[in-house]
Ligand binder design. Structure first.
Ligand code: GLC
Ligand code: GLC
Length: 826
C-alpha cells in the first residue's frame, strides 16, 4: 500500500484508527486517509432524492427508486471497487489530481473526508492548492449540491483548470447495465448555458430529465464519455483533463456524461466558491419549448435559485438544523464513548436511512433487486418511530395494504407503486406478525389510537376496506391457522432466517432456495415464530387493555398461554430452545443434531415472548448462548457451523462456514439476546452483547473489520470463517433499529408505554450516572439517573419536576414543554 505523505506520526496521534476518528461534537466521522480498507459510505438526501457517497466521492444518485429512477451510474463489483462518482479533476500546470484522491489517485499533501448527517465534505490539497467539496441535498429539494471552494494556499498566483464529472444512468438501472443493444442507441442530451440536460427517452414516455449545471461561468463542457475519458482509457487517465481543454462534445447514444470546464485565476491566498447542481426535474405538461427542444424552465429556475448569493449556505444551514432538531429527541450523556457516539448520532441516523431505503441501495445492495421488505420495514419502524412518527404511520398503513385477506403478506413491494410482488418468493410465515410490533410501537410512541381505525384494503380485495386493527387480528389468525403437528407455527418458505428453508429441498443450482419447495404440503415448524407469536400476543393484549377492551385482552392472554404450553412442552431441548422441526419431523438446533445444535433466534424470541420464566429456562437458554455462541466478534447464529450442504435445511448450509446465516455473527439477532438479558436484569451481559457488534468498538481492529466504524453491519464473519471479524453488508440492516431499541429501551431503560414514559434502566453496575434527553409526545424529558449503590436495575426514587412519584412511570405533564426527571436506582 502506498504511504501517503500526510500520514505523519504526529497526525496519527489524534486519530483513533489509522483511517479516522469520531468528531463527536461535530457529529462527523472524519476519514483521514482515502485508501480505507473498503470504500466507506455515507448517504446524501432525506426526502426523495438520495445519493450514495463514499469517502472518495464515489457512488450514485437516484430519485425515490434506485432501480427505476437512477440518475447517475455506478458499475458494481468491478475493479477497483467504487469506480464511479462525483469527481472534480484539477489541472495545475500539467499535473492532474482529484481532491478526493480517486480516480487519478495522484498523491495529496492533505486529505480529509468528513461524513456528516446527510452531507459529506471532502478536502484535498496538492501543490499549494486546496479544494473543498461539500456534497448534500437540501431538505425538500430534488437536487444534490456540490459546494466547491478552491483556495490558493501559496504565495504565487495560480492558473487552474477544473473539470467536473458525472456519468448519467439511463434511468432504469437494470436495463442500463444489461441491455446495451438498445441503450447504446438512445442516449440524448441538450446543453444550455452551464446546464447539461440528460434527456434520454424524454421525447417519448419519460416526463423527467436530469440536470447538471454550475453556478459559475464555464469555459467548456463535454457530454460524451468516449470523448471525455477516451474509449481505451480508465477514468484515472481521462483524456480531456490530461489534454487540458474540453471538447464541447454532444453525446448521441453510447454513454452520456456531464462535465464542465472552469478556468480559475487565483492570487496568493485567494479563494473562490461556487456550486455544481445535480437536479431531477419532472415536466409532465408543456414538455417542449419548441419542437424537439426540452422545456428547461424548471431547470433554469433551479440553477438560478442556487446561483444567488448565500443560497447554498442557507440550504446547508437548513440541513444542519433539520438533523440537529431531529436527533435532539434522543441524546445521552454517559461514560461509554461507543454508546454516546452511536446513540447521539450514528445509530439514529442509520435508523432513518434504513427507514428510507429499506434494503435497496448500498455498497452491497445494487438498488435493482429488493424493494421494501415487509418484515424488514416493520422492524425498521421500531428504531425510527420516535424520529418522525407521522412517516412511520404512513409506512405502517402502506405495509398493511400489501397484506392479503388471509393474513399472509407480499414479502416485498416497490416504493414507487406500493404494489407487492413475489419476485423473491412468498409464504414467509413470520411476515404478518411484525405488523403487530410496529403498530404497537407507534401507538406507544404517539398515543394516536386513530391509526387502528384507519381503513386499509387487503391487497387481494382492492374494493373492500377493513381497519388496521382488523389486519392485526388477521395476522394472529394466520399463525393460528398454520400450526404443525406439535402445535408450533409452520415455517413456510422461511421465517426471519430467510436461509432456513425447511420445506424447499433444492439440488438445482439454477433455482432459488426460497421457492424451490411445496409449501402447501410442508410440515416444518418454527420455534422462532412461536416466540414471536408469544411476543405479539402480549403486545396486542396490552393494546386491547389500553383500548379498554379487557375481554379481547384476555383472549390474547389465552392464546399466549396456549402457545407457551406448546413451546415448553415441545421446544425445550434440555439446555436451550430448539430452532425448528424439519419437514421430516426431526428437530433442528438440538443437541442430537450433528451440526447446528444451538441457534440464536429461538433463544432470543422465546425469552422475549415470556417463555422460560418461573422454570429457569430463560436464564438457562441465555447462558447457553453465552457459553456456545458468544465470540469476540459477536454472537454467532448457530454452532457448530454446517460444514456440508444439507438440502433439507436449505440456503443456510450453502454458505461457507462462518459467513452469513451459516454461523456468521448476524448482528440483527444479537440485539434480541441483549434485550433478553435486560429482561433478566443483567446489565453487564446486556451491554456486553450490545457492544459486541458495535462498529465504533472496532476502530482498533479496523484492518480486519474493514467496514465503516460508524454504522452497523448486517454480518461479521464468525470464528469458523476464513476471515473472522470481517464485516459485510453495512448500512442497510435491521441491526440499526434493534440496536437502538436495545440501548434506548433496554439498557438506558427509557421506554414508551401506552400510559406514558417509563424509566426502568438495566445498566452495568459500574455505571454511576447518566443523563438522557428524550422527546416524547411533544415534551422534552431531561432525565438524570444516579446509581449510588452500584446496582444494575430497580428504581428507588423518581422525581418529576422536583415532586416524588411512585413507581417508574413519568406522568404526562399538562401544558409543559420541558420536564426534569431525577431517578435514583437502588
Ligand atoms: C436479511 C433480510 C432479512 C432477514 C435476514 C436473515 O437481512 O433482509 O429479512 O430476516 O436477512 O435471513
Ligand atoms: C437472507 C440473506 C440474503 C439473501 C436472502 C435470500 O436475507 O441474508 O443475503 O439474499 O436471505 O436468500
Amino acid at each position: 500500500m502506498k504511504t501517503l505523505s500526510f500520514a505523519t506520526t504526529a497526525y496519527l496521534k489524534r486519530v483513533a484508527s489509522a483511517y479516522g476518528y469520531f468528531d463527536e461534537a461535530a457529529r462527523e466521522y472524519v476519514v483521514t486517509r482515502p485508501d480505507t480498507p473498503l470504500p466507506w459510505l455515507n448517504y446524501l438526501g432525506q426526502d426523495e432524492l438520495f445519493g450514495l457517497c463514499t469517502n472518495t466521492g464515489g457512488g450514485y444518485t437516484f430519485w425515490r427508486d434506485a432501480r427505476l429512477r437512477r440518475l447517475t451510474r455506478y458499475p458494481y463489483n468491478g475493479s477497483p471497487y467504487d469506480p464511479g462518482g462525483r469527481y472534480l479533476f484539477i489541472r495545475d500546470g500539467t499535473a492532474v489530481w482529484n481532491p478526493g484522491w480517486k480516480p487519478t489517485k495522484a498523491s495529496l499533501d492533505r486529505y480529509e473526508c468528513r461524513h456528516g448527517l446527510g452531507y459529506t465534505r471532502i478536502t484535498g490539497a496538492r501543490g499549494g492548492v486546496e479544494v473543498e467539496l461539500l456534497l448534500f441535498v437540501p431538505p425538500g429539494e430534488n437536487a444534490e449540491l456540490w459546494k466547491t471552494t478552491v483556495r490558493n494556499l501559496g504565495d504565487a498566483a495560480k492558473e487552474l483548470t477544473l473539470f467536473s464529472y458525472v456519468e448519467f444512468c439511463l434511468y432504469e438501472a437494470l436495463n442500463d447495465m444489461t441491455n446495451f443493444q438498445r441503450t447504446y442507441s438512445i442516449g440524448e442530451v441538450e446543453v444550455e448555458g452551464t446546464g447539461i440536460y440528460h434527456t434520454t427517452e424524454y421525447r417519448e414516455r419519460r416526463d423527467h430529465y436530469t440536470l447538471f449545471g454550475c453556478t459559475r461561468e464555464i469555459a467548456g463542457f463535454d457530454t460524451s464519455r468516449d470523448v471525455f475519458v477516451g474509449v481505451h482509457n480508465g477514468l484515472h487517465e481521462a483524456a480531456v483533463p490530461l489534454a487540458g481543454a474540453a471538447r464541447s462534445s454532444i453525446a448521441h447514444g453510447w454513454n452520456p456524461i456531464g462535465s464542465h470546464q472552469l478556468d480559475l485565476q487565483l492570487g496568493p491566498g485567494e479563494e473562490e466558491t461556487f456550486a455544481f447542481v445535480l437536479g431531477y426535474v419532472e415536466q409532465r405538461d408543456g414538455k417542449f419549448e419548441r419542437p424537439g427542444v426540452v422545456n428547461k424552465e424548471r431547470g433554469r429556475a433551479l440553477l438560478e435559485r442556487y446561483g444567488r448569493e448565500g443560497a447554498v449556505d442557507a440550504a446547508f444551514d437548513s440541513l444542519r438544523s433539520f438533523w440537529l432538531e431531529l436527533l435532539s429527541g434522543f441524546q445521552v450523556d454517559c461514560t461509554e464513548p461507543s454508546v454516546r457516539r452511536m446513540v447521539n448520532t450514528w445509530n439514529q441516523y442509520q435508523c432513518l436511512t434504513t427507514f428510507n431505503l429499506s434494503r435497496s441501495a448500498s455498497f452491497f445492495e445494487t438498488g435493482i433487486g429488493r424493494g421494501i421488505g415487509f418484515r424488514d420495514a416493520n422492524q425498521d419502524i421500531l428504531g425510527f418511530v420516535h424520529l418522525i412518527p407521522d412517516r412511520a404511520r404512513g409506512r405502517i398503513l402502506d405495509l398493511a395494504s400489501t397484506q392479503l385477506s388471509d393474513g399472509s403478506c407480499f414479502h416485498q413491494y416497490q416504493p414507487l407503486t406500493n404494489q407487492g410482488n413475489t419476485e423473491i418468493g412468498r409464504d414467509f410465515y413470520d411476515d404478518h406478525l411484525w405488523l403487530i410490533l410496529s403498530t404497537c410501537a407507534y401507538v406507544k410512541e404517539t398515543a394516536d389510537t386513530s391509526i387502528l381505525d384507519e381503513p386499509v384494503r387487503y391487497a387481494d380485495a382492492p374494493d373492500g376496506e377493513e381497519t388496521l386493527l382488523h389486519h392485526l387480528e388477521t395476522s394472529v389468525a394466520y399463525t393460528l391457522g398454520h400450526l404443525g403437528e406439535h402445535g408450533l407455527p409452520l415455517i413456510g418458505h422461511a421465517d426471519w432466517n430467510d436461509c432456513l428453508n425447511l420445506n424447499c429441498f433444492s439440488t438445482d443450482p439454477d433455482e432459488s432456495f426460497q421457492t424451490a419447495g411445496d409449501v402447501a404440503g410442508s410440515r416444518a415448524e418454527s420455534v422462532m415464530i412461536a416466540g414471536l407469536f408469544l411476543y405479539a400476543c402480549r403486545e396486542l393484549a396490552g393494546l386491547y387493555r389500553h383500548l379498554e377492551r379487557p375481554g379481547d385482552g384476555e383472549r390474547l392472554d389465552r392464546l399466549h398461554a396456549d402457545m407457551l404450553a406448546v413451546v415448553e412442552e415441545h421446544a425445550w431441548d434440555g439446555d436451550w430452545y430448539l430452532r425448528a422441526y424439519d419437514a421430516a419431523g426431526a428437530p433442528v438446533g438440538s443437541r442430537t443434531c450433528e451440526e447446528g445444535r444451538i441457534f440464536i433466534e429461538s433463544q432470543g424470541w422465546c425469552v422475549l415472548g415470556g417463555a422460560g420464566r418461573g422454570n429457569g429456562r430463560a436464564r438457562r437458554a441465555l447462558e447457553s448462548v453465552h457459553e456456545h455462541l458468544l465470540t469476540e466478534h459477536g454472537i454467532v447464529l448457530h454452532q457448530p457451523a454446517y460444514t456440508r450442504y444439507y438440502p433439507e435445511l436449505g440456503e443456510i448450509s450453502s454458505y461457507p462456514p462462518g459467513y452469513k446465516e451459516n454461523a456468521g455473527v448476524f448482528c440483527h439477532n444479537n440485539a434480541w439476546i441483549a434485550l433478553g438479558w435486560c429482561l433478566l436484569r443483567e446489565g453487564e451481559r446486556a451491554l456486553e452483547c450490545h457492544l459486541a457488534i458495535c462498529p465504533s468498538t472496532r476502530e482498533d481492529r479496523i484492518e480486519t473489520y474493514r467496514g465503516e466504524p460508524y454504522v452497523y453491519a448486517q454480518m461479521i464473519a464468525g470464528p469458523d470463517a476464513a476471515t473472522p471479524g470481517e464485516a459485510k453488508n453495512t448500512w442497510l440492516t435491521g441491526t440499526a433499529a434493534w440496536a437502538f431499541v436495545t440501548i434506548s429501551q433496554g439498557v438506558l431503560g427509557i421506554r414508551p408505554t401506552y400510559a406514558g414514559l417509563s424509566i426502568d434502566p438495566c445498566i452495568p453496575r459500574a455505571w454511576r450516572s447518566y443523563r438522557v434527553s428524550r422527546r416524547f409526545r411533544g415534551v422534552l424529558y431531561e432525565i438524570s439517573v444516579e446509581n449510588p449503590d452500584g446496582v444494575c436495575s430497580g428504581v428507588r426514587s423518581l422525581k418529576v419536576d422536583g415532586q416524588e412519584v411512585e413507581g417508574d412511570l413519568v406522568p404526562a405533564p399538562s401544558g409543559k414543554e420541558r420536564v426534569q426527571v431525577e431517578v435514583v436506582l437502588g
